[in-house]
Design a binder for this molecule. Sequence first.
Ligand SMILES: *[C@@H]1O[C@H](CO)[C@@H](O)[C@H](O)[C@H]1NC(C)=O
Ligand SMILES: [Ca+2]
Ligand SMILES: [Ca+2]
Length: 291
Amino acid sequence: MRVWIFFLFCLAGNTLAAPTEEEPVVEEELEVGANPVQVETGEFDEAIEVVEDVIAENPCLNHHCKKGKVCEVDDSNQPMCVCQDPLICPAPVGDFEHVCGTDNKTYKSSCHFFATKCALEGTKKGHKLHLDYIGPCKYIAPCLDNELNEFPLRMRDWLKNVLVTLYERDEENDLLTEKQKLRIKKIYENEKRLQAGDHSLDLLALDFEKNYNMYIFPVHWQFGQLDQHPIDGFLSHTELAPLRAPLIPMEHCTTSFFEHCDADQDKYIALEEWANCFGIKEQDIDNDLVI
Ligand SMILES: *[C@@H]1O[C@H](CO)[C@@H](O)[C@H](O)[C@H]1NC(C)=O
Ligand SMILES: [Ca+2]
Ligand SMILES: [Ca+2]
């Protein structure tokens, strides 16, 4: 349970940390040790920023490179991004920093993973390699058909509870933005809300039907949480990696579920595809709710 709560914090911490990369938050989270989301998306960008005693005109200073690359200055003093040597990745603090690639190989950290992927750039192997999930590779039970049908029901309920829990605990921390709080407040204060618990599928389905409006925002919110690398309105296999963490209901169905959601089969999940998969009606899909 404790771990679960930490996870919630980190989910929210991520919202704040993602664009600005706040160091203190990251430090704290690392100690938690069980936060799949943060390990994936958090401080890696920090690490690739060139660490040098500020030389006034280092062209790399404000030159941002994507994951797996570092900035170097070429002969004519121009910054350029080159693949990072995995050997200069910070040593992982523990097993929880390990990640599993779609090649079912365990990498020491997401830094090691992206450095390796970068070295394979332009090859078929590199193209096919994605970060699959956080943690060492393990056996993942196949997702059965009946479980696949249950996935959206359980996931929706879970998302709603994640948000409500964040809201309850947000008094002094700034885990949520004002806009988000306003939305969640409505859900939180609704007396008809189905409380967190181990509910039957029938009850979950009935609640979705009766209290449909309460699920619209959580589904959008999660999309925005995941769409970070890059923020482009599409979720890649790598961006979905946090949902393959053991704290997520039926995490072994994540891949099957989203493959099935990818209606146009372009390997990315657009907001419409995402919302559709969770049973949100077309007229309720709203980019402005991804906040
Ligand atoms: C992936 O690796 C894990 C751990 O080494 C192993 O248990 C599992 O069976 C592998 N999965 C596949 C699909 O090969
Ligand atoms: Ca994206
Ligand atoms: Ca798609």
